[in-house]
Design a protein around this ligand. Structure first.
Ligand code: HSE
Length: 438
């Protein structure tokens, strides 16, 4: 039986899962592939810690260069993460003619154009299913299954940590801090959890998905990013009263000669299928012109779900090697020469429904001052709710709008914030509600 030699770089959480699957599920993979995926090397600077996996003697080594320089290694799996050494190793592996698998979303989102160009020039495969959505086959779906569709929109929950935090606050009244600590203890938060809670990790993944869906160069810098750290339990409670849940969404939409690309906490109707994607699950709702609505969901993080995606990439590449067809499927779904610089629509130009919460004095005339400024800025109110009654101090005033333009909203909120009767920065949460027309 043919053997494909694998060199794994990084023996952390996901790297350990990859090794475990290659060993424990060797037979089933072999029977499907018709060849053996042989784990020849695992490189990690820490060769001492017991990870509960027994590797043959000489497999675990400290030197990653030994792996990428070994002529017998067919596929290099980069599981180191970060944007320093990982990038150098991937580029050197490509130069050495190796096929590469990576889960490194931050690296691909930030420097992917250069890396994919290098792989395309060299004619090697570079697979990255595990970079986005963990086990959920979103990359393969966009790149291959939906090849006959124009993708009108993709709306996704792409960060397990944020989804876990929001679900735990909503369903169990847990505090933000406790929920984040649990996400960290469960191993799905990033080493620096700011990447999760401030929306950057979700943006990395959206940058990758937009490229596959719209044939655009990877563009992280123009994605509008807002995380969940400003969301208060009070807003989650109000959302529930209006029939909404709050989710951190990645939103990609085809806008003709532009693409909408934004990441922010969003209110969505409780009956929306994404409202029921809870804890550390991920999901992406896609609308394609041929398929209509479709949904993918699964665990977006964690050792074994992410390792499952890596093995999927490994078998795809192994099949290409066995048939001499590396590069059979273009790495980013589109022929490299057809990938274009498509501009991202400035967030100020989007139009949507909004939830506002103001902390304002409970005095006659306050509401009319606030709604007057909104009216002057072309913002039409759908409903107004004052919560509680106080003779001194501030009360929350909550408003839902009809469709408004973001630039108008920002201008109005700036003016309202300067009112002497308003005490805190106004809270703005965008609403995605397909049942509301205007
Ligand atoms: N920190 C990420 C998450 C890991 O919470 O989803 C998977 O990319």
């Amino acid at each position: 039986m043919k053997e494909i030699n694998i060199g794994l770089l990084g023996f952390g959480i996901v790297g350990t899962g990859v090794a475990k699957l290659l060993i424990d599920n060797r037979e089933v993979i072999r029977s499907r592939l018709g060849a053996d995926l042989n784990l020849k090397y695992v490189a990690d600077i820490d060769t001492e810690t017991d990870r509960g996996i027994s590797l043959d003697d000489g497999v675990l080594i400290p030197d990653a260069h030994k792996v990428i320089d070994d002529p017998d290694i067919d596929i290099v799996v980069e599981m180191i993460g970060g944007q320093g050494i990982a990038k150098d190793l991937i580029l050197k592996a490509i130069q050495n003619g190796k096929q590469v698998v990576t889960a490194n979303k931050a690296l691909l989102a930030s420097q992917g154009n250069e890396i994919f160009r290098a792989a395309a020039e060299k004619g090697t495969d570079l697979a990255f299913e595990a970079s986005t959505g963990g086990c959920m086959p979103i990359i393969k779906t966009l790149r291959e299954a939906l090849v006959g569709n124009h993708i009108a929109s993709m709306i996704g929950i792409l960060n397990g940590t944020c989804n876990y935090i929001l679900s735990k606050i909503t369903d169990e009244g847990m505090t933000f801090e406790t929920a984040l600590a649990e996400a960290q203890a469960n191993g799905f938060a990033e080493a620096d959890p700011t990447l999760d809670v401030e929306g950057f990790d979700t943006a990395h993944k959206l940058a990758i998905l937009n490229t596959l869906a719209y044939g655009m160069e990877i563009n992280l810098k123009d994605i509008y990013i807002e995380g969940i750290s400003r969301i208060k339990p009070m807003d989650i409670e109000f959302a529930g009263q209006f029939g909404y849940k709050i989710k951190l969404l990645a939103i990609g939409k085809d806008r003709g000669d532009m693409v909408e690309a934004r990441v922010h906490p969003t209110m969505i109707p409780s009956e929306n299928i994404l409202s029921n994607v809870n804890a550390n699950l991920n999901a992406v709702a896609i609308f394609g012109d041929a398929v209509g609505d479709m949904l993918l969901s699964g665990y977006g993080a964690g050792r074994m779900p992410t390792a499952s995606a890596v093995i999927s990439d490994l078998t795809d590449i192994a099949r290409n090697l066995l048939t001499g067809r590396a590069g059979r499927v273009p790495l980013l779904g589109c022929q490299p020469g057809n990938i274009r610089k498509i501009p991202v629509m400035p967030v100020d130009d989007i139009s949507t429904h909004y939830y506002f919460r103001f902390s304002a004095a409970d005095r006659p005339g306050v509401l009319s001052k606030i709604s007057g400024i909104l009216g002057e800025n072309e913002i039409s109110l759908k409903s107004v709710h004052q919560k509680g009654r106080k003779t001194s101090g501030a009360v929350p005033i909550v408003m839902l709008t009809h469709i408004a333009r973001e630039a108008d909203v920002k201008k109005a909120l700036d003016e309202i914030e300067r009112l002497e009767v308003v005490s805190d920065k106004p809270v703005l949460i965008r609403i995605e509600d397909e049942n509301q027309e205007d």
